[in-house]
Write a protein that binds this ligand. Structure first.
Ligand code: NAD
Length: 346
C-alpha cells in the first residue's frame, strides 16, 4: 500500500498533535510542514515536535516552497477558526491541485454562514480535481456527525436536543479569553455585545449540517451566550476566578422551522466544573420514532478527538469525488488502525 503523503500546515496545539499521530500510522507519511512562527521556520519537524530525533522534513515559512502536487497528496490546515481568514491559504492549496482538510470551525459547513465562499471553494476544488473537507471534534463530530448517525435507524425525527458539557481548564489564554472566563458578569455582557467574547464557534455549521442531512428545513438559527457565574474560587495557570465572577460561557444554538424548534444544541463550557459538582459529558436526545437518548461520560476529549477525526478522515478525502465536502457528505470516520478497507480504496 502506497502511503498518503501529507503536508501539515499549522504546528500549534492541534497541528503538532496531528503530526505526532500521523507518525504512528503506516498508511500516512508527513512529507512537508508549514508554520509562520519564526522560531519554527527552517527547523526539522522532529525538533519542533520535541521528538529528540530528526525526520528529514524542514518546516517551511512559505507554503509556496512545498505546495507541489507531485510530492503532496493532502494538506491539513490547523491555523484559524475563520473561513475568511483562511481563504488565501485554501486558494493556494486547491489551485496547486492538492486535497485539503481544515479544522477551522467555520469550514465544517461553509454554506451555513458564508455561502459565497463555500461556492468559490466548491467550484475551485472541482476545477482542480481535489476534495476539501472541514472537520474537528465540534463542529465536525460530536454535535453534528454523531447526531446524524444516531438518527440512522429512525422512522421519523420531530426534534433533536444535544449538549456537550466540558471542562475548559486545560486550554490556553486565547480560549479562556474568548469564553469570557475571569471577567465580571457586566464585562461578559459587554464582551458578547462587542464580539470579543464568542463562546463556542460552530453552532450555525452543526445545525445546518443536521438539518441538511435529515431534511429538517431549518430556516432560522438563534444563539444565546450567558455567563456561568462561579460560587467558589477557581484557578488555572491562565486565570483566577473569584466567587461572583465568570467561570465560563453557557452557549445555546437553536434551529427553527417556522415557529417550531427542531434542533437545540447546548454547550456550557467552564473551568473546573467539578468544583460545583457539575459532571461533564456528551448527551444526544432524539425525539421521534424511536426516541433515543445517548450519554457519554465524561465528554469525548476535545483535543484528542480533533486530532483523531482529522487524521482518520484523510483516506476518505483522498478517495472522494472533487468538491467542498462536509462530514455528512463522506463515509463515516473510523480509527485507522492498519490496512483498513477505507485506505485500500485510495
Ligand atoms: P494554535 O494557536 O495552538 O496553533 C495555530 C498554529 O498555526 C500556530 O503555530 C501558528 O503559528 C500557525 N499559523 C496560524 N496562521 C498561519 C498561517 N496562515 N500560515 C502558517 N501558519 C499559521 O491553535 P490550535 O489549538 O492548534 O487550533 C487551531 C485552530 O483550529 C483554532 O482556530 C481552533 O479554534 C481550531 N480548532 C477547531 C476544532 C474543531 O472541532 N473544529 C477543534 C480544535 C481546534
Amino acid at each position: 500500500m502506497k502511503p498518503i503523503r501529507v503536508l501539515q500546515w499549522g504546528l500549534g496545539a492541534m497541528g503538532s498533535g496531528m503530526a505526532r499521530l500521523m507518525l504512528d500510522k503506516s498508511g500516512l507519511q508527513i512529507v512537508a510542514a508549514v508554520d509562520s512562527r519564526p522560531e519554527y521556520v527552517g527547523k526539522d519537524l522532529g525538533e519542533v515536535l520535541g521528538l529528540g530525533k530528526t525526520l528529514g522534513v524542514k518546516v517551511a515559512g512559505k507554503p509556496e516552497d512545498v505546495l507541489d502536487k507531485s510530492k503532496v497528496d493532502i494538506a491539513i490546515l490547523a491555523t484559524t477558526s475563520w473561513i475568511s481568514e483562511q481563504m488565501p491559504d485554501l486558494r493556494k492549496v486547491i489551485t496547486a491541485g492538492i486535497n485539503c482538510i481544515s479544522i477551522a470551525e467555520e469550514m465544517s459547513d461553509p454554506d451555513a454562514q458564508s455561502p459565497a465562499l463555500g461556492k468559490e471553494l466548491d467550484d475551485l476544488a472541482k476545477k482542480h480535481g481535489v476534495t476539501v473537507l472541514g472537520t474537528g471534534v465540534n463542529p465536525g463530530f460530536v454535535l453534528d456527525a454523531l447526531v446524524v448517525m444516531l438518527t440512522g435507524g429512525c422512522h421519523s425525527v420531530e426534534r433533536i436536543e444535544a449538549s456537550r458539557v466540558n471542562d475548559l481548564s486545560p486550554y490556553g489564554p486565547t480560549v479562556i479569553k474568548s469564553q469570557g472566563v475571569g471577567t465580571t458578569p457586566e464585562a461578559f455582557k459587554a464582551g458578547v455585545a462587542d464580539g470579543s467574547i464568542v463562546g463556542h464557534v460552530g453552532f450555525p455549521e452543526s445545525i445546518h449540517m443536521i438539518s441538511d442531512a435529515l431534511g429538517l428545513s431549518v430556516d432560522r438559527i438563534e444563539q444565546t451566550r450567558e455567563p456561568i457565574i462561579s460560587k467558589v474560587y477557581r484557578e488555572t495557570p491562565h486565570v483566577k476566578v473569584q466567587p461572583g465572577m465568570v467561570a465560563g460561557c453557557a452557549h445555546i444554538g437553536v434551529g427553527y422551522r417556522g415557529d417550531k424548534e427542531v434542533v437545540r444544541l447546548v454547550h456550557p463550557q467552564q473551568i473546573h466544573p467539578q468544583l460545583e459538582n457539575q459532571d461533564t459529558g456528551d448527551y444526544i436526545n432524539i425525539f421521534g420514532k424511536p426516541e433515543i437518548h445517548m450519554s457519554i461520560k465524561p465528554e469525548i476529549a476535545g483535543g484528542i478527538a480533533t486530532m483523531g477525526v482529522t487524521v482518520n478522515m484523510i483516506p476518505h478525502v483522498v478517495a472522494a469525488t472533487p468538491g467542498m465536502k462536509r462530514m455528512i457528505d463522506l463515509p463515516m470516520p473510523a480509527a485507522l488502525m492498519g490496512e483498513s478497507a477505507y485506505q485500500r480504496r485510495v
